[in-house]
Design a protein around this ligand. Structure first.
Ligand code: FA5
Length: 357
């Protein structure tokens, strides 16, 4: 009798599955014929009450029926899915513009620093580095700017508390026995000159890009933290002509046009003679235009022949070597090239600004 019941369930199931037209109806039939509360499941539960021999026969029939109904359900499901697939809606338009990916990029100052490093290394310069927290010796004394000298006023300094217990070994060469060294945030990249010379013998040519700090009020052309770019070339007979040539080469490469360099007398304690150097206006080439306020020249930085007192502080014999040094601000150079009117934009964190580079 159970066999007949199973046969009847199978017939009904196959007939109803064949007639079904939607996936939802098909699912209802799955529950109706094979679900937990279905007649078929009840029959399976009652198998335990049969004799062993009966259970074997009916069990086999029930199993075969379940497999058959499940496979018919699966075939019907596949057929209905294919029928309901909306090819028009699933079409991919390969001509549609793609979503723009937001990608990070280097900060404009990092980019200009890389660019400058590439130009200088192509001219045989090495890259040197020094600490941002400096000692008074490297930032001032060794650069011929002694304590209480009025020249120190040029560099408004952030002095730091020095809590380190110092031994005389910590003091720079020739300073043993002096009182605890005062520390500060370096006001320029020139201390790197001394650090490099202490460990190298001329001839050499180096650049030292890096961050500097000055305790001064900010405005459109002044920041308390900014980047400088130092260059130093030392040998037996390095002269001002070498400086002028290298500067002209560098600026012509940087601005991608021929640039002239002009020197004006100036004063820095660590160079003698000292210059302020200007480049021919990058817009009018020197004729005079609104960009250069009619003068034809743009002020770029400071330079000069290394003072022999500086060589001496670095451990070289006085008079043995000649060299030139220069320093200029990275932000100001980029402002000049890209017509940026406020230095404070660089550290503003404003993506509308940085995304333009
Ligand atoms: C110096 O700092 C010298 N160490 C440069 C030097 C090196 C001269 C080697 C001779 C030989 P000065 O204070 O002028 O010089 O600064 C050099 C450049 O740093 C300036 O021309 C300017 O471009 C930049 N700079 C100085 N102060 C600021 C500031 N507050 N904000 C932004 N840029 C600054």
């Amino acid at each position: 009798m159970l066999e007949e019941k199973i046969e009847k369930i199978k017939e009904d199931a196959l007939a109803e599955i064949a007639a079904v037209e939607s996936l939802a109806e098909l699912n209802d039939l799955r529950i109706k014929f094979l679900g937990r509360k279905s007649e078929f499941t009840n029959i399976l539960k009652s198998l335990k009450d049969l004799t062993e021999q009966e259970r074997k026969i009916v069990g086999q029939i029930a199993n075969a029926t379940k497999i058959e109904v499940e496979s018919v359900l699966a075939a019907k499901e596949k057929e209905l899915k294919e029928k309901s697939f909306d090819f028009a809606a699933e079409k991919i338009d390969v001509t549609m513009p793609a979503k723009k990916l937001q990608r990070g990029h280097l900060h404009p100052l990092t980019k200009i620093q890389n660019e400058l490093e590439d130009i200088f290394t192509s001219m045989g310069f090495e890259i040197a580095d020094g600490p941002e927290v400096e000692t008074e010796f490297y930032n001032f004394d060794a650069l011929n700017i002694p304590k209480n000298h009025p020249a120190r006023d040029k560099w408004d300094t952030f002095w730091l508390k020095n809590n380190k217990q110092q031994t005389t070994d910590d003091l720079p060469t020739g300073q043993a026995g002096k009182q605890q060294e005062r520390i500060l945030l370096r006001t320029h990249t020139s201390p790197v000159q001394i650090r490099f010379m202490q460990t190298h013998t001329p001839p050499f040519r180096i650049i030292a890009p890096g961050k500097c700090f000055r305790n001064e009020a900010t405005d459109a052309t002044h920041e308390h933290s900014f980047y400088q770019f130092e260059a130093l070339m030392v040998g037996d007979d390095v002269n001002v002509g070498n400086f002028k040539f290298i500067a002209q080469e560098f600026f012509s490469k940087f601005f991608k046009k021929e640039i002239n360099v002009r020197l004006r007398p100036s004063y820095f304690p660590f160079t003698e003679p000292s210059f302020e150097f200007d480049i021919s206006c990058t817009v009018c080439g020197g004729e005079g235009c609104p960009s250069c306020k009619g003068g034809g020249w743009l002020e770029v930085g400071g330079a000069g022949m290394v003072n022999q007192a500086v060589f001496e502080a670095a451990g070289y014999p006085r008079g043995k070597y000649q060299g030139f040094a220069w320093g200029f601000g990275l932000e100001r150079l980029l402002m000049m090239r890209n017509k940026i009117n406020d230095i404070r934009l660089f550290h503003s964190g404003d993506k509308r600004f940085t995304d333009q580079f």
